[in-house]
Design a protein around this ligand. Structure first.
Ligand SMILES: C[S@@+](CC[C@H](N)C(=O)[O-])C[C@H]1O[C@@H](n2cnc3c(N)ncnc32)[C@H](O)[C@@H]1O
Length: 274
């Protein structure tokens, strides 16, 4: 590792303090491989010089970029497949029957990364529930990283990205190829509103939600942060709403007040009626 131990520990503290992401002691290679491109882009002679500058100044845009560089934005269209099948077969039909009078659905896709997750949901709705075109369907997608949100809003995807999880029929129907990249059509893009939101900071006021997707992000946090986030989700999820975590995540032993609901191979969560 080219960073000294105090420099590495400084970066770990910076990231923990500003994103709640826990970088274990063996993540030296990750810190270096993520920060080196930032150091080069910003004209620093070495990674040391970048970290020394960070240490010498109060929190500013450079610190923000360093924290963002250390987020993991791994995602794909229809990631894990089964949760989207559960949404199509059970969850959305159930919510639609419960909200038939109001004709309104509110979804929050927290930690949405480059947009594949909210756009998968938007395409799923377009494909399977045409009647929802006459409802108010709000899909709010948030992430801590402003850089990744800019990408998500613009929606250009590489060939590799559209090859991962996106059925060819949907690629042909909803995307246009320009140059080497694929652009999602405006109609689907407009279904999703993006906002920056740090899950580990106080949240802005959010309306009560019918569906929350908080997938593959709790794994990066420590136990206290996981507990705090699950408790906040409980307060903004409607009692008959649904909550999805990532395939390797659970509320079990973190917040046992959630009710677990099994749909075929997928577990999702609800707030028990009091
Ligand atoms: C692995 S991606 C998951 C993307 C998507 N939910 C999925 O399952 O495919 C994790 C995302 O969490 C975001 N993230 C990390 N820490 C965060 C925080 N404190 N607040 C909000 N988002 C955060 C990262 O920027 C990244 O885009």
């Amino acid at each position: 590792m080219t960073l000294s131990l105090p420099e590495f520990n400084y970066v770990r503290r910076l990231v923990l303090e500003h994103s709640a992401i826990v970088l274990e002691e063996d993540k030296g290679y990750l810190v270096e491989s993520r920060l080196l491109p930032l150091a080069r882009r910003e004209g620093f002679a070495s990674l040391d010089h970048l970290v020394q500058r960070l240490q010498s100044e109060p929190f500013n845009g450079l610190h923000r970029q360093a924290v963002e560089a250390l987020t993991t934005n791994e995602t794909s269209f229809f990631r894990d497949f089964h949760p989207f099948e559960a949404l199509r077969k059970f969850v959305l039909p159930d919510l639609m029957s419960r909200r038939a009078a109001q004709k309104e659905l509110r979804v929050w896709c927290a930690a949405s990364s480059s947009g594949q997750e909210p756009y998968s949901l938007a395409m799923l709705i377009r494909e399977n529930f045409p009647v929802l075109a006459n409802w108010k369907v709000h899909i709010l997608a948030t992430d801590i990283s402003t850089g990744i949100l800019t990408r998500a809003r613009e929606g250009p995807y590489t060939q590799l990205e559209v090859n991962r999880g996106l059925p060819a029929t949907l690629l042909v129907k909803y995307f246009q190829k320009r140059g080497c990249d694929w652009y999602l059509c405006d109609d689907v893009r407009r279904m999703v509103d993006y906002q920056a939101l740090n899950l580990a900071s106080p949240w802005p006021s959010l309306p009560l939600l019918d569906l929350v997707l908080l997938r593959n992000v709790l794994i990066y946090f420590g136990m206290e942060t996981r507990k705090a986030i699950l408790s906040k989700v409980r307060r903004i999820l409607k009692p008959d709403g649904y909550f999805f975590l990532g395939a390797s995540e659970t509320t079990f032993n973190i917040d046992d007040s959630y009710e677990r609901v099994q749909f075929e191979r997928v577990t999702c969560y609800r707030v028990p009626k009091s």
